[in-house]
Design a binder for this molecule. Structure first.
Ligand code: SAM
Length: 329
């Protein structure tokens, strides 16, 4: 695809005049574009997204909530043929003025891995643009929120998505537990998104005011499963157990994509490899076609099938008895 870039650039140059605005019919004003990059390669950007990037005066890459599986900032720069500015949390959340500056006079692109409104949304930036009278437009793309369907679970059967952060000795936030409880009560699957820590300072460096950052950390499946079980041990409401059937979702959308269907206890013991990862806790309303698809990813088909059947039996046992009309005849 890189070889084809000159052709792409020529095409873009021909179509980027104001009278043939790429931002939609009758659009001729400059604006902020929130552009989804998809999940993996530089080529996952949509054709419309690429056209817009090519005409923007400044291009920012949101660099703290997700990463592309198979492309770096430098790869993006050489694909677009222009500079890409990394936007860390501080820039986006506290100094967004720098991003929005002049976005009513020149086009500015804000690139987001996945979809701009997938999982962590960037509505904040959109609201700030709106309050400054800067028009904005979103150009959508695949997100972990929908691509997770590739594991065989139907998106219609998912409940609330939850996030799991890295625990510390004295800080183990567990609000996800109640959300999972609500989902499981009505039999829905739960997508668990795992913590990413970038540009974090150690306590020592922070205390000494040294702007030295720790290497980035991405939560893996084994840590996620262990932390989930740790909270079940503490709360003990049997929302899930080590026997609950789950699916690990690794490097979604890339050539190294991998799913593992196993119990939560088994997932606490696997080696999930390179990031990024997500995890799905199955709900009892699972359809037999979902089960059939998942079995291909099972570490042990028999054991996984057993875990799913136990899950269905427990759900049945918890249902209120059917009312029998006594005086029907
Ligand atoms: C805050 S969400 C960002 C979502 C992104 N804007 C999107 O629409 O996909 C980031 C989390 O989603 C999950 N995730 C994102 N991309 C993934 C991938 N390619 N494979 C597995 N999990 C992924 C990981 O748990 C990651 O920590």
């Amino acid at each position: 695809m890189l070889d084809e870039l000159p052709v792409t650039s020529k095409f873009l140059a021909e179509t980027s005049s104001k009278s043939q605005s790429v931002s939609g019919p009758n659009r001729y004003y400059e604006m902020l574009y929130l552009i989804g990059l998809g999940l993996s390669s530089v080529e996952d950007i949509t054709v419309r997204g690429l056209k817009v990037v090519q005409k923007c005066a400044r291009v920012y890459l949101e660099a703290y909530t997700s990463i592309l599986m198979a492309a770096s900032k430098e790869d993006l720069e050489s694909f677009y043929g222009k500079e890409v500015i990394l936007a860390d949390r501080e820039l986006v959340e506290s100094s967004s003025g720098a991003i929005l500056e002049g976005a009513d006079k020149v086009d500015v692109a804000f690139l987001v891995v996945g979809d701009p409104f997938g999982a962590t949304t960037h509505t904040d930036l959109a609201i700030r643009a709106r309050s400054l009278g800067i028009p904005f437009e979103a150009i959508h793309n695949a997100s972990v929120m929908n691509a997770v369907g590739a594991c065989g679970l139907q998106l219609y059967n998912f409940g609330q998505t939850v996030s799991l952060v890295f625990f510390m000795d004295n800080w183990k936030p567990d609000s996800f537990y109640d959300r999972i409880k609500e989902n499981r009560k009505i039999g829905l699957h739960t997508l668990v998104l795992l913590d990413i820590k970038v540009k974090e300072q150690s306590f020592e460096n922070m205390a000494r005011g040294r702007m030295i950052y720790e290497p980035p950390r991405y939560m893996n499946i084994e840590t996620a499963a262990s932390q989930l079980l740790e909270i079940e041990d503490i709360r003990n409401e049997k929302v899930y157990t080590a026997d609950t059937p789950c699916v690990s979702v690794s490097r979604l959308g890339s050539s190294a994509q991998k799913f593992v269907a196993a119990t939560l206890g088994e997932l606490a013991e696997i080696e999930s490899g390179e990031p990024l990862h997500s995890l799905v806790i199955l709900g009892h309303r699972i359809h037999e076609m979902e089960i059939e698809y998942l079995l291909d990813f099972a570490t042990s088909k028999a054991k996984f099938q057993q875990a799913v059947e136990a899950e269905l039996d427990t759900a049945k046992a918890m249902q209120p008895p059917t009312q029998v009309e006594e005086d029907e005849d």
